[in-house]
Design a binder for this molecule. Structure first.
Ligand SMILES: NC(=O)c1ccc[n+]([C@@H]2O[C@H](COP(=O)([O-])OP(=O)(O)OC[C@H]3O[C@@H](n4cnc5c(N)ncnc54)[C@H](O)[C@@H]3O)[C@@H](O)[C@H]2O)c1
Length: 329
C-alpha cells in the first residue's frame, strides 16, 4: 500500500492522542475514516477537526465503542459499513489503550483485569471482527499498537508495570504470530506492530478517568502513601516531602508526560503512517523505544538491572529520563 488515498480506515481510541492524530492525518491524506472511542464526545471533536482537514470526497465518521466489549466492536463494524456504504475496510488501527494495574501485588484485581481487557482483548476483538473485511479489501493492513512495554516489562526503578506490560507483550506476540498465519492463509492482508516510546498525550489523565481514580489533588490514604513510595524510590520526591508536595508532583507528572515528551502525538503518527506505507511490520516510535529495543536484545539477562542495562550512556539516565509510559512512571 503506497498511498492511503481512496482507502477506508478504522481507528480505535480516536478521541485523543495518537488515535485522534491518526484520524486527522489519514483524512488529510485522502483516506476515509471510521473512528471509534468509548467517549463519544471526544471522538466527535476529532471528527470535526478531521473533516476540516480532509481532502474532498473523504468521509469521516465517529462511533461509540468500548473495544473490550466484543458486542460493541461488532456494532461499530455494522454502523461503519452502513455509514460508509462499504463491504470491506483497508486499514485497521487497533490503537485504543489505557494504563493501570501497575502492581500485581498492591493494585486491585479489578483494575488489573480492566487494563488487560482493554489493552489485549480490545486488540483481539478488533482482529476477530475486522479480519474478514481486511481480506475483502484485497490489500488490507492490520496495525496493532503495543508499546515499549511490549519489549521491556518495567518502567524503571520503583515503577512496576504488570497489567500493561503483560497486555502489550501479548499484543506483540499475537501480532508477530499473525505474520506467518496471514502469509500462509490470508496473503492479501499484512500486519504491523507499533512500539511507541514516550509520546506526549493525555494517556495518564485518560487512564485515571478510565479507572475512576481521583485527580492528583484529591489523592489520599493508601494511594497517597503508594505514590509517595514510588516517587521517592524513583528519585522524583525528597524524603520528608509533605502530602501536598506529593499531590503537586503527581499533577506535574500528568502535564509533563504530555508537554515534555520527546515526540508529540502528531510526530509519532507521522512516523507510524510513513512506516505503514513503506510496508514495515515492526514500527519503533522514538529514540527511547529504539534504545530499549537495542539494549534489551543485546543484554537480555540485564533487562531489569537498570545500571547495567543503561551502562555507558552519558549521563547515566535518572528515573526522570528513563522511557516513560502510560502511568507516567
Ligand atoms: N503515549 C505514550 O507514551 C504511549 C507509549 C506506548 C504505547 N502507547 C499506546 O498508544 C495507544 C494510544 O495511546 P495515547 O497515548 O494516544 O493515549 P490517549 O489516552 O491520548 O488516547 C487513547 C484513546 O483510547 C480511548 N480508549 C481507552 N480505552 C478504550 C476502550 N476500552 N474502548 C475504546 N476507546 C478507548 C481513550 O478514550 C482515548 O481517546 C495506546 O494503546 C497506548 O497504550 C502510548
Amino acid at each position: 500500500m503506497d498511498s492511503f488515498t481512496g482507502k477506508l480506515a478504522v481507528v480505535t481510541g480516536g478521541g485523543s492522542g495518537m488515535g485522534g492524530e491518526l484520524v486527522r492525518q489519514l483524512a488529510a491524506a485522502g483516506c476515509s475514516v471510521a473512528a471509534g472511542d468509548w467517549h463519544l464526545d471526544t471522538v466527535a471533536q476529532t471528527v470535526v477537526s478531521a473533516r476540516a482537514a480532509a481532502r474532498p470526497g473523504v468521509l469521516v465518521t465517529g462511533h461509540e465503542c468500548d473495544v473490550s466489549d466484543e458486542a460493541q466492536v461488532l456494532r461499530f463494524r455494522d454502523e461503519l459499513l452502513q455509514q460508509h456504504s462499504a463491504r470491506h475496510v483497508d486499514l485497521v488501527f487497533a490503537n485504543a489503550g489505557i494504563g493501570g494495574g501497575a502492581s500485581f501485588v498492591t493494585d486491585s484485581r479489578e483494575e488489573w483485569e480492566r487494563t488487560f481487557a482493554v489493552d489485549f482483548w480490545g486488540v483481539y476483538y478488533c482482529a476477530r471482527t475486522f479480519l474478514p473485511l481486511l481480506i475483502g479489501s484485497g490489500d488490507g493492513v492490520l496495525v496493532n499498537t503495543s508499546s515499549v512495554n511490549g519489549l521491556w516489562a518495567s518502567l524503571g526503578p520503583g515503577a512496576p508495570s504488570t497489567a500493561y506490560s503483560t497486555a502489550k507483550f501479548a499484543v506483540r506476540g499475537f501480532t508477530e504470530a499473525l505474520i506467518e498465519d496471514l502469509r500462509s492463509n490470508a496473503p492479501q492482508v499484512r500486519v504491523a506492530l507499533v512500539l511507541p516510546g514516550h509520546v506526549g498525550t493525555d494517556i495518564i489523565v485518560n487512564t485515571r478517568r478510565a479507572h475512576g481514580m481521583p485527580a492528583p489533588t484529591e489523592v489520599s490514604g493508601q494511594k497517597l502513601a503508594d505514590a509517595r513510595t514510588w516517587l521517592t524510590r524513583a528519585g522524583l520526591l525528597d524524603e520528608g516531602a509533605s502530602d501536598d508536595d506529593v499531590r503537586c508532583r503527581l499533577a506535574g507528572l500528568e502535564h509533563d508526560f504530555r508537554d515534555k515528551a520527546p515526540l508529540s502525538a502528531a510526530e509519532a503518527v507521522g512516523i507510524i503512517l510513513d512506516q505503514v506505507r513503506a510496508g514495515a511490520w515492526r514500527i519503533l516510535v522514538g529514540e527511547d523505544a529504539k534504545l530499549i529495543d537495542t539494549r534489551v536484545r543485546a543484554k537480555p539477562e540485564a533487562a531489569y538491572d537498570y545500571a547495567e542495562l543503561f551502562s555507558g550512556l552519558a549521563p547515566t539516565p535518572a528515573a526522570e529520563s528513563l522511557p516513560q509510559d502510560s502511568q507516567g512512571r
